[in-house]
Design a protein around this ligand. Structure first.
Ligand SMILES: [Zn+2]
Length: 203
């Protein structure tokens, strides 16, 4: 299966066409409205750089999410811990960044470990809120892999909060989405949460 930025199949992620010229003009307007002298040499390239930066942050990279038959019947949790990610908060267009812990209890198929990070990255390249990002990653794995359970925990610092003093610098917001056995089976849930909370103390 292929995650594609334009196929509209990916939950909640719309096709985004970025009008680069319009973003540059709007960026120049924004700078002007903020009282900046956009004709100053130092700012000459800033609208273009802003447009480039937003285009990059909002363009997910399609990738092939190859899965394999679970021939050996592996039936323990598979967890990728502390996957770094960054995204853009849709309320302030400021970054939030942190780590994702993504795990699943395999059913018939397994997926390459590196792809767990790619899924997080794919959904991060959007105007996001952390809760939605968390459930999108869990929902995608649940749908595409049909595992016995899925767990996703995101820990992130939101610059819109920490830079404005709403939260202390470095304070983390934690969100989780647990599905299937990771939610319903006490032992599996405990194991998943133990694996993921241990990293936060290690860091
Ligand atoms: Zn925000």
């Amino acid at each position: 299966m292929t995650l594609n930025a334009t196929n509209g199949r990916v939950d909640g992620s719309h096709q985004r066409r970025i009008d680069h010229g319009a973003v540059e003009r709007a960026a120049a307007d924004l700078l002007r409205a903020l009282g900046a002298d956009v004709d100053a040499e130092a700012l000459g390239e800033t609208p273009r750089r802003m447009a480039d930066a937003y285009a990059e942050l909002l363009t997910p990279q399609p990738f092939r999410a190859t899965t394999f038959p679970n021939d050996d019947g592996y039936d323990e949790l598979i967890v990728a811990r502390s996957i770094p990610f960054h995204s853009l908060c849709m309320h302030h267009l400021l970054p939030f960044h942190g780590v994702a812990h993504v795990g699943y209890l395999p059913g018939e198929r397994i997926i390459g470990l590196s792809k767990l990070g790619r899924v997080v990255e794919y959904f991060s390249r959007d105007l996001q809120i952390q809760e939605r990002l968390t459930t999108q990653v869990a929902g995608w794995l649940q749908r595409e892999l049909e595992p016995k359970g899925v767990g996703v925990v995101l820990e992130a610092e939101h610059l819109c909060m920490s830079l404005r003093g709403v939260q202390k610098l470095g304070a983390k917001t934690v969100t989780s989405a647990l599905r299937g056995a990771v939610r319903d089976d006490a032992r599996t849930r405990q194991e998943f949460l133990a694996l993921t909370t241990r990293t936060s103390h290690d860091q």
